[in-house]
Design a binder for this molecule. Structure first.
Ligand SMILES: *Cc1c(COP(=O)(O)O)cnc(C)c1O
Length: 394
């Protein structure tokens, strides 16, 4: 296992921690942003209200469109991703559906690349009802991605590192393949956060985040974000955001801003502890495989594309039957059993449901897989917990 230290951009750290503080000088000021807990904004005269209604993304009119607390978060995430414009959503799926509903039309095709978050695949399938087709390609070779494009492909949707197996795809090469075809590349950047990977700099046209995960970081809110060009953001705002209504509440935007302040230190600790746990699992006789981007090669691509690792990894039990998977999970005490990830508490989950194994196999996911989100309890305690639980699988 590589023992890399995270190489964060100091400008990003400053942006997360302090760049929304008011300027020095003058009288005493609050160091925490104001929450504009309001659904609407009152105007001094009717002409300015009419003008505001014509510019709901720019002006504060109604909080389903523009709220200044939410806008403060949007500006910070846009700068972290080196993008022109961000739209915050009430969930990660709000951002995913905003991107697809805002940019795709009947007759279009969307190509999903890598193991992609389940509900994103379900949404792509649902869009068949509206005339949008989709395919999935698990082979990450750019030539395989090119071969899966159809004359109708308008969007390539990539998750890297991908769900459950954390395989890393070359964002720059896949962007080039998409662009030569006249398609957009959208990247789900939830695993890496903008601190560890910047898909827009590598050629992607749009990124989404589940801010529920590391950006919020404390499992106390559901939120999402989308970053793209100003023009595309305006189209998504008009067609999908104002009408879809997956709005982020001002208080939740404030919580994500608060979460961002500790993101750099949280990520460093998640990385270090997850790498130690991956090492422990690699040596354990009950474990057939460990999936972590540090092991998912090609090493030069991982080195080039990721500034570090987060705290998500998975491993595969040699005894893959449901009863053994359940017995190991049920013995865990420090790792809690639950969906989602990216908070301070460690979580474990298996995609296996004990029923038909075909759907998992079709996604290339082994039945004995257990996913871990390594929190901040400390690696020693967590390794002890895993060692005890894995006795159920030996
Ligand atoms: C959780 C998740 C989402 C969806 O985010 P929500 O905030 O739960 O709606 C999208 N992509 C990935 C990779 C996720 O893990």
């Amino acid at each position: 296992m590589p023992r890399r230290r995270m190489r964060l951009d100091p400008a990003d750290v400053a942006l997360c921690v302090a760049e929304d503080l008011p300027p020095v000088g003058g009288g005493p000021v609050a160091v925490s942003p104001v929450i504009q807990q309001t659904s609407l904004f009152a105007f001094p005269d009717f002409a300015s209200l009419v003008d505001g209604l014509a510019h709901e993304r720019r002006d504060t009119v109604y909080s389903r469109g523009h709220n200044p607390t939410v806008r403060a978060l949007e500006e910070k995430v846009a700068r972290l991703e080196r993008g022109e414009a961000c739209i915050a959503f009430g969930s990660g799926m709000g951002a995913v559906s905003g991107a697809m509903l805002g940019l795709l039309e009947a007759g279009d095709h969307v190509l999903l690349v890598n193991q992609v978050y389940g509900p994103t695949r379900q949404l792509a399938a649902h869009l068949a009802r509206f005339g949008v087709a989709h395919d999935v390609v698990l082979d990450l070779d750019p030539a395989a991605v090119r071969a899966a494009l159809t004359p109708r492909t308008r969007m390539v949707w990539l998750e890297s590192p991908g769900t459950m197996l954390f395989r890393v795809a070359d964002i720059g090469e896949i962007a080039a393949v998409a662009h030569r075809h006249g398609a957009l590349l959208a990247v789900d950047n939830s695993w890496a956060t903008p601190l560890l990977q910047k898909p827009l700099e590598l050629g992607a046209d749009l990124i989404v985040h589940s801010a529920t995960k590391y950006l919020g970081g404390h499992s106390d809110l559901v939120a999402g974000a989308l970053v793209t060009t100003t023009g595309r953001a305006e189209q998504i705002f008009e067609r999908a955001y104002m009408l879809g209504g997956a709005v982020l509440a001002p208080f939740d935007a404030w919580l994500v801003l608060r979460g961002l302040r500790t993101l750099p230190v949280r990520l460093a600790q998640h990385e270090a502890d997850a790498l130690r746990i991956a090492e422990f699992l690699l040596r354990h006789p009950a474990v057939a495989a460990v999936h972590h981007p540090a092991l998912a090669g090609p090493a030069d691509l991982v080195e080039r594309q990721l500034r570090g690792f987060s705290g998500l990894l998975s491993f595969v039990l040699r005894r893959a039957e449901f009863a053994t998977v359940a017995a190991v999970l049920d013995r865990l005490r420090r790792f809690r059993l639950g969906v989602s990830w990216g908070g301070v508490e460690s979580l474990a989950l298996s995609p296996q449901r004990g029923s038909d194994p075909a759907p998992l196999a079709a996604q290339g996911i082994p039945a004995g897989l257990i996913r871990l989100s390594v929190g901040l309890e400390g690696a020693d305690l967590l390794i002890e917990d895993l060692a005890r639980a894995l006795e159920a699988a030996s």
